[in-house]
Design a protein around this ligand. Sequence first.
Ligand code: ACM
Length: 531
Amino acid sequence: MRQRRTLAGVLTVAALCLPGFTATADDAGTTHVPERQLTDVVPAPVEAKPDPRADFRLSPFTLIRTQPGSAEAKRVGEQLAAVLRPATGYPLPVAATKRSWPSTISLLLGKADPRIGDEGYRLDVARRGVTIRANTAAGLFAGTQTLRQLLPAEIEADRPQRRTWTVPGGKIVDYPRFAYRGAMLDLARHFHTPDEVKAYIDELAQYKINHLHLHLTDDQGWRIQIDSWPELTTTGGGPGTGVDGEGPGYLTKAEYTDLIGYAAARHITIVPEIDMPGHTNAAQSTYAELNCDGVAPPPRTDIEVGYSSLCIDKEITYTFVEDVIREVAEMTPGPYLHIGGDEAHATTEEDYQKFMDRVLPMVYKYGKRPAGWNEIAKVDPPASAVPQFWGTTNTNADLAEAAARGNQVIMSPANKAYLDMKYDQNTPLGLSWAGYTEVRDAYDWDPGSHVEGVGAESVLGVEAPLWSETLRTLDDIEYMAFPRLPAIAELGWSARASHDWESFRERLAEQGPRWEWRDVDFYRSPQVDWR
Ligand code: ACM
């Protein structure tokens, strides 16, 4: 896949040199028909009103103007310029100025449509320029992601393309359905480097995903530096760890902090997960005292689940857990700390309750809001705790009771939202315990009515987890995430009324060439007529 950009680049340059091809260029600037339509955006905008007389063309003289006095708006402007410069070859200066210019992209704060809230935006395309208005930098950033998709796919090229750059005229008003729109990456089964995580973040941001949940610990590996238990990483994350012993590595505190900053600059909040009281073999094989019998079990590199449990009746368990929660909370500015809690089959129900009764308050003690897999709903957690549904059916009595008590939940049904499920029987990567998940399966469900007794008002949002038992490289991650991640992103962002498979599959097809230009691997689902 890595050669494709080169090939596509060569083909495009060749095509541009052919007589007649340049006829598509619009020298008069009056009759050009943009190849994009105002509604060709993933996730679908709430409201889009095309105006064919108002198309805008980027030019070598276009200025990116940002809200005077706002460093955050300036940064969004610089990020937009960095996206648009390589393919256009235009200078696109960014200036925090009130002055207008004959060709301007304006990123302005305030005086926006009251409906847009904290993350929405209004985008107006007129002949003299594009204006994005929002209440926050996050809203401006979301608007620039839309603008990016309104330009031809070649805008994603990494060097100048000879062509015109037209944005279809009209007005968009857009804002999210759910506050939490997440993706999850499993660094435990195979470690993924900070650069790989950043590459994934770059893609997530384009689909208006605003949370990245990192699954940092599991039976096969411990991937986050903890100063008070230093061997967790050197041994628990060291050589030979990971599935088949082939996924060693861990994030230092500095790398984790750097990732948080990288994500924050793209308006994405990191949600760290420390899975417990099960999925803990990496810790327990590193520190013998964390086992009831004081004997460290061997490291595990297979993909079994449900066999490990911290020792519920040993005090050192809670010293360990509190140290880890404190250190992780201290380096995490975001509101959530995920404590796992899934598949604790080696912990009795009574012990599970006992454990959570001690651990949930620790999360609050260090200033964080606990999230956990849906099993935590069994222990009647505080109303601000966030259970994450990962079941494969449409009923879960514990979750429905939690919703009735006031808990908000995250929806990640494994048979819809798990990006590591195979697309079909021929998919070379992934697992299939929740079934095959084609693009339409990932798209055709409603997070607001999926689980009986859990209505939209109880749904904080959606998340697309990507478990990495079978995934090693960034290409592997991309192949499983695309094109399903955008399906989950649309369920999180777009109004329910706009849900439409035919529309989605057409808009998704337009993403294919963009992924090719960006060297992003993806599955060419037969359900989509790829360009
Ligand atoms: C899970 O898939 N065990 C949350």
